[in-house]
Design a protein around this ligand. Structure first.
Ligand SMILES: [Zn+2]
Length: 80
């Protein structure tokens, strides 16, 4: 596991959608990588905001997916 791979799957991690093998690899990485550990809390906050916003405006599931997909775009830096 390296940082770019961790970044790719961080949304799956925060959604509890990682398979066991990836989950273990991911957790092993964040234990030794403060940058990615920090990114997890940032991603959790971001998802909370997105979800609250969607609930308030009653956005359809398709829009929520679209937002999450755009957030998952590679090359996006998650510095918070
Ligand atoms: Zn990392």
């Amino acid at each position: 596991m390296n940082c770019s791979r961790a970044k790719e799957i961080i949304f799956l991690y925060t959604d509890n959608e990682l398979g066991e093998e990836l989950l273990v690899a991911f957790q092993e990485h964040v234990v030794v990588c403060p940058q990615c550990a920090r990114r997890i809390s940032y991603t959790r906050r971001l998802l909370t905001v997105v979800r609250q916003g969607c609930t308030r405006t009653r956005a359809p599931e398709s829009l929520r997916k679209k937002i999450l997909t755009s957030l998952r775009q590679p090359g996006v830096e998650w510095e918070g």
